[in-house]
Write a protein that binds this ligand. Structure first.
Ligand code: RTP
Ligand code: MG
Length: 138
């Protein structure tokens, strides 16, 4: 089986709160391999491509504003079943109810803002991973 790759983002809230190291430590402790890593300040076009599936939803504009509020750390991560493995490590979307032991569950909460600030992104399928890696590592 070819080793799978995924795109992980430490979103602006994670970088601003100084949690990048803690999040990377969990990823490394789980055993996945860092293939590439970079600090990115995405413009609107890059984010519109990344979040195309959410265009028109109520949280779309606040989401893009949030993602432009500061740099993110983009990570090319590799390992067998890394896509589902990282999403399990991240926890469910809403950080208030994400399970303790997950990144979102342990480090996230509701800050009363218009969009869920949930620290990380992980691709949700092999097709999404290839598309998103092309957007962030082009
Ligand atoms: P991600 O794509 O970031 O890994 O997270 P996800 O699959 O768990 O969530 P998704 O449904 O793809 O939504 C993308 C991001 O949009 C923000 N969001 N806010 N109702 C809301 O306020 C809301 N819903 C989604 C979150 O930042 C979410 O990660
Ligand atoms: Mg998603």
């Amino acid at each position: 089986m070819a080793t799978e790759e995924t795109l992980v983002l430490v979103k602006p809230d994670g970088v601003a709160r100084g949690l990048t190291g803690s999040i990377l430590a969990r990823i490394e402790a789980k055993g996945y391999a860092l293939v590439d890593i970079r600090l990115v300040e995405p413009d609107r076009d890059r984010l519109a491509a990344h979040y195309a599936e959410h265009e028109g939803k109520p949280f779309y504009e606040p989401l893009l504003e949030f993602m432009m509020s500061g740099p993110s750390v983009a990570i090319r991560l590799a390992g067998n079943r890394v896509i589902e493995g990282f999403r399990s490590l991240a926890g469910t979307t809403d950080p208030t109810t994400a399970a303790p032991g997950t990144i979102r569950g342990d480090f996230g909460r509701d800050w009363g803002l218009a969009v869920q600030q949930n620290l990380v992104h992980g691709s949700d399928s092999p097709e999404s991973a290839q598309r998103e890696l092309g957007i962030w590592f082009s």
